[in-house]
Design a protein around this ligand. Structure first.
Ligand code: HEM
Length: 497
């Protein structure tokens, strides 16, 4: 009996020592947060996709808008309101501009490369190059508008072909939005009946809808841990679909380069410009094949389902809020003399419509947990000491649903944006669906243009409503990497010209 008691005491003492050692490893002046378990930290609490944002929000209520958790032995800092996001990502932009390695969801050739996954000098060169090259091809400038309007027309034709029958708008929206990026990146578009392209887009959408955050949180664990994770079925599935899409990027890249002579020809798309950059730039080391494929992939993925899903939400909201839909339609009809394909500049004549697009983005809350960053140097944040290599989560959803900024945050109400311009007369600066700081979304200007032109084209041509014979789908999201609306069908009735 004594012997048994001794064993129990030894085990308890060992456990106690492990806890003491574990908590002793937490640096002294970091923000407060849950203790978690030795070796695992809070990994078990953050495991499920469907609850990650809720779990992080609950901790926000307990620890305030700046707190820390551990995933394994990795320190993770949560920025859970607009102010802490500004203090870190904007005011200390260089320090907070790193990106952790996404070992678990990307094959090795995409890890630490391209626009989205690199950091340091490689990222700076790639980002500067992408911004200036894409601007030359029309990014955020009126010269891209005819291309977006063409897609708006194709999209409207595809929707009209349903003749008021219920349909799922998601595939058509992905195709339309993706074609704008494909024109810039590969110099071509894909017909809506191109089966192979539809397959690629559908596999991407499924990946966004199914990718569990448990995979994402694990990417801040070690490379060794990622290798173990590679055997988990859901990780295998994600990697397999990424590899399939990689071969699409390779094929399209070589088609874009077919008959292109970098020494002689002017580049007419991103792939060609990238290839040409290898000729005479001093920093040509940053333009290797791996970087080309990775950055093409980043533009394709980041530029497709983000914008398309926001418009997908937009149609969902309009069918749920027919009064808002009518007001938008009436404003477009009155102020633009019935034109259906508008310019982005027309938004100044359409304050209610513009406010509706902003509210659409706020409520869509597309990336509620943001994209993880990493600190590149030690820093002081709100009086705390943040070590180099800390993973940083800008909890964008908390900023978009902050009741102090947006009273009744769960209600869809465009009126909240009607007079809410910042000092430059631009969009409301508290609205940060594109994140903030040095790594703010690279495609923001294009996305804003696409959302406005495509949304107004649809609103001016159709009235969207749920099939009357079926129960109305609830305004709910499938929570994954992206907040995607639950699958739904709508009817689109052609408005009279
Ligand atoms: C409504 C549409 C979109 C939303 C809400 C959105 C949101 C975001 C967010 C939250 C980030 C992470 C920024 C951070 O690190 O904190 C991001 C990054 C990025 N986005 Fe977007 N995005 C959209 C559309 C686009 C489009 C159309 C493109 C390109 C054609 C694009 C390209 C990128 C790229 C390349 C990055 C990585 C930037 C970097 O790491 O330097 N995005 N986006």
């Amino acid at each position: 009996m004594d012997f048994l008691i001794e064993i129990v005491l030894v085990i308890l003492l060992a456990l106690f020592s492990v806890f003491v050692w574990w908590y002793g490893t937490i640096p002294s002046n970091v923000p407060p947060g849950p203790m978690g378990l030795p070796f695992l930290g809070s990994a078990l609490d953050t495991y499920k996709a469907s609850t990650l944002y809720d779990t992080l929000s609950k901790w926000r209520d307990r620890y305030g808008p700046l707190y820390r958790i551990y995933i394994g032995n990795q320190l993770v800092l949560i920025l859970a309101d607009w102010n802490t996001i500004q203090e870190a990502l904007v005011k200390q932009g260089d320090t907070y501009a790193g990106r952790p390695s996404f070992h678990t969801i990307f094959p090795e050739e995409l890890v630490d490369s391209g626009l989205l996954n690199s950091e340091g000098e490689l990222w700076k060169i790639q980002r500067r190059f992408a911004l200036s090259t894409l601007r030359d091809f029309g990014f955020g400038r009126p010269i891209i508008e005819p291309r977006i309007k063409d897609e708006a027309q194709y999209l409207s034709d595809a929707i009209e072909a349903y003749k008021g029958q219920a349909f799922d708008p998601a595939p058509w929206l992905s195709n339309a939005v993706s074609n704008v990026v494909c024109a810039l990146v590969f110099g071509r578009r894909f017909d809506y009946d191109d089966e192979k392209f539809r397959q690629i887009l559908s596999s991407l959408r499924a990946r966004f809808a199914e990718t569990d955050f448990s995979i994402i949180t694990s990417f801040v664990l070690s490379e060794r841990m990622a290798k173990l994770m590679a055997h988990v079925p859901v990780v295998k599935k994600v990697l397999k679909s990424t590899i399939e899409v990689l071969s699409f990027y390779r094929e399209e890249t070589s088609s874009a380069l077919k008959d292109f002579d970098p020494g002689r020809d002017e580049a007419t798309n991103y792939v060609q410009a990238f290839y040409k950059a290898r000729l005479d730039r001093e920093d040509k080391w940053a333009f290797a094949e791996k970087q080309l494929i990775a950055s093409v992939g980043n533009l394709f993925v980041a530029g497709t389902d983000t914008t398309a899903t926001t418009i997908h939400w937009g149609i969902f909201f309009m069918a749920h809020y027919p009064d808002v839909q009518e007001k938008v339609y009436e404003e477009i009809r009155k102020e633009t003399s019935g034109q259906s394909l508008l310019d982005y500049g027309d938004r100044v004549k359409l304050p209610y419509t513009e406010a509706t697009v902003l509210e659409m983005q706020r409520m869509a809350n597309l990336l509620p947990v943001g994209l993880y960053r990493r600190t590149l140097a030690p820093s002081k944040l709100c009086g705390y000491d943040i070590p180099v290599g800390t993973v940083v989560v800008p909890l964008l959803g908390a900023a978009l649903r902050d009741p102090e900024v947006y009273p009744n945050p769960e209600v869809f109400d465009p009126n909240r944006f009607l007079n809410a311009k910042d000092e430059k007369g631009a969009v409301f600066s508290y609205l940060i669906p594109f994140s903030a700081g040095k790594r703010i979304c690279l495609g923001e200007s294009l996305a804003r243009m696409e959302m406005f032109i495509l949304f107004t084209a649809l609103m001016s041509k159709f009235k969207f409503y749920f099939p009357p014979e079926e129960p109305k789908p609830p305004l709910k999201a499938l929570v994954s990497i992206l907040n995607v609306p639950i699958p739904y069908k709508v009817c689109a009735e052609r408005r009279s010209d």
